[in-house]
Design a protein around this ligand. Structure first.
Ligand code: GRF
Length: 193
């Protein structure tokens, strides 16, 4: 079993979905050991408590320096012997301190068809630009913003009758479907090697 931590900064619905899919036997080969968050007032923590997944809070403002902040995160990860990091709505850019320790071992889910709409508010920007499609992408994390090697992506065609709320729920539905599948695939093929 590969020990993983999930990083989140807000709602945490992808975190909860991954835990539930794991418990339902839909993802094999990993064990979700930890939720790591960068804020103390977020709903993701409530989900962790309910799901009985340990969580650690590391707030940037307590360190004020990216290297120190990330060193503290590494310490917390060591405690749980974390081997892989899964980002699920974590709003900070991963720096060299964490990347140096977890090279090609950090995976992110992004709500657009990369390389289109990197960064924040991707769903809204695609919608407001009247795009024909957007999508969901799972990729490795490098030192850019949503620039790492793509593992898997799917398009979502935007129906002319949809408002932004509908598009957002379609994107999240797709996220809940593909993140577990991609992880299952990735970690099981890895074990066979
Ligand atoms: C998701 O849309 C994810 O793709 C993006 O941030 C959002 C997080 O949502 N990176 P949640 O916190 O999992 O509900």
């Amino acid at each position: 079993m590969v020990k993983v931590a999930i990083f989140a900064s807000g709602n945490g619905s992808n975190f909860e979905n991954l835990v539930l899919k794991l418990r339902a036997g839909k993802i094999k080969g990993i064990d979700i050991k930890l939720l790591l968050v960068d804020k103390r007032d977020i709903y993701a923590i409530e989900r962790a408590k309910r799901l009985e997944i340990p969580y650690e809070i590391v707030e940037y403002r307590q360190y004020g320096d990216k290297v120190e902040y990330e060193r503290e995160i590494l310490k917390r990860l060591e405690k749980y012997e974390i081997e892989y990091i899964l980002l699920a709505g974590y709003m900070k850019i991963i720096g060299d301190t964490i990347l140096g320790r977890y090279d090609k071992k950090i995976i992110n889910i992004h709500p657009s068809y990369l390389p289109y709409y990197r960064g924040k508010d991707s769903i809204k920007r695609a919608y407001e630009n009247g795009e024909e499609f957007t999508g969901v992408t799972i990729h490795y994390v490098d030192n850019g913003v949503d620039t790492g090697e793509i593992i898997y992506q799917e398009k979502i065609y935007i129906d002319k009758d949809w408002d932004l709320d509908i598009l957002e729920s379609e994107v999240h539905k797709k996220e809940y479907e593909i993140y577990p599948k991609v992880l299952d695939n990735l970690f099981n093929n890895m074990e066979e090697k």
